[in-house]
Design a binder for this molecule. Structure first.
Ligand code: ASP
Length: 343
């Protein structure tokens, strides 16, 4: 495994090919060993992991907490509704309270873009060693989801050696509400970073043309892209154009809570145009897996019977792989001394 030099994990635009390799290699090791009950691994013994979630979550929060416990960390969970936030405490002061209690890792989810990045900066400025792991911020980034999706696809394409190389030249179709999806953005960095070509498919209201150039320039504050040659991104407006030749399909939830106006006329016509079902998959002309980050609106993004068809739907696999992937991330940022890590 190569050197790891990310002190925090905020987004995947700063990941190199070696970083993807390290995460997938470790996730695969953790996936193959039982780590429940008395069989926990000792890697994070004595470390405190705190989940600070300011937005609802089922999978991400539970998965991080199970991952941390499997590595023998102590876990503390923060709930905004029962906390002093309701008495006017700032988010930074809340975070610093947990740092003062000895938090080694803060896993932060927030409805606004950049909150985890700003928190990481503020803690560094204050001389704290606590690492920040982004559990999803606004529309910006959901790195652990992007990485677990990458691992799930690598395992599907190459069960014996699920490395980033398994993604090279694959054609992955991402369908639906790309505009409001931090999952899509993290997947765009991860998939193109591993050499996959991505076809984005959706109506203009949910998929602006600008997404075709999404990974073309390093994001603000970053000098160079660490990936020498990324896969390409293309936009298609219909599934009939997008699916032929696809190797995998990723569907996304319609994120109504993030839409400033009603962008969908009705769910029935959305499903008719962009919903994935057994019939639609035939357009790929071969057997392909279907992924969804959850939560799924049955019968909208995916037909209910497709979601339950385990020969095609990898949704439960994604959940299982989520724990192993998050163990890998916690291990990489907390199992060793982070004082020399800078990015
Ligand atoms: N669970 C994912 C997220 O937090 C996807 C979704 O909510 O649709 O972004």
């Amino acid at each position: 495994m190569s050197d790891w030099n990310h002190r925090h994990i905020i987004d995947l635009s700063t990941f190199s090919e070696e970083d993807y390799e390290s995460v997938l290699e470790l996730a695969n090791r953790f996936r193959s060993i039982p780590t429940t009950g008395s069989r926990k691994l000792p890697a994070l013994q004595g470390k405190l992991v705190v989940t600070l979630f300011f937005e609802p979550s089922t999978r991400t929060r539970s998965s991080f907490e199970l991952a941390a416990r499997s590595l023998s960390a102590d876990v503390q969970s923060f709930s905004p509704s029962t906390s002093s936030l309701s008495k006017g405490e700032t988010l930074l002061d809340t975070a610093r309270t947990y740092v003062a209690m000895g938090a080694d890792v803060l896993i932060v989810r927030h409805g606004s873009t950049n909150v985890p990045a700003q928190l990481a900066k503020a803690l560094e400025k204050a001389g704290e060693q606590t690492a920040v792991l982004n559990g999803g911020d606004g529309l910006h980034s959901h790195p652990s989801q992007g990485l677990l999706d990458l691992y799930t696809l690598a395992r599907y394409f190459s069960p014996n050696q699920p490395s980033p190389k398994a993604l090279k030249k694959k054609k992955i179709v991402i369908v639906g509400d790309i505009l409001h999806s931090r999952v899509a953005r993290s997947n765009l960095w991860a998939l193109t970073g591993c050499g996959a070509d991505v076809i984005l498919c959706g109506p203009p209201s949910l998929l602006p043309e600008s997404f075709e150039n999404f990974v073309d320039a390093p994001p603000p504050g970053q000098q160079i892209d660490l990936i020498p040659k990324r896969g390409k991104i293309q936009i298609k407006r219909t599934l009939e154009e997008a699916l032929p030749g696809a190797d995998a399909i990723m569907t996304l939830r319609l994120q109504k809570e993030r839409m400033r106006q009603n962008l969908i006329t009705n769910l029935y016509s959305y499903h008719n145009n962009y919903g994935i079902n057994h019939e639609r998959i035939k357009l790929c002309k071969k057997k392909v897996p279907v992924l969804h980050p959850g939560p799924v609106n049955r019968g909208v993004e995916m037909s209910s019977d497709l979601l339950d068809d385990k020969s095609i739907s990898l949704v439960e696999e994604q959940v299982k792989n989520g724990i192993a992937t998050r163990m890998a991330l916690l291990y990489l940022i907390a199992a060793k001394d982070t004082t020399n890590q800078s990015k």
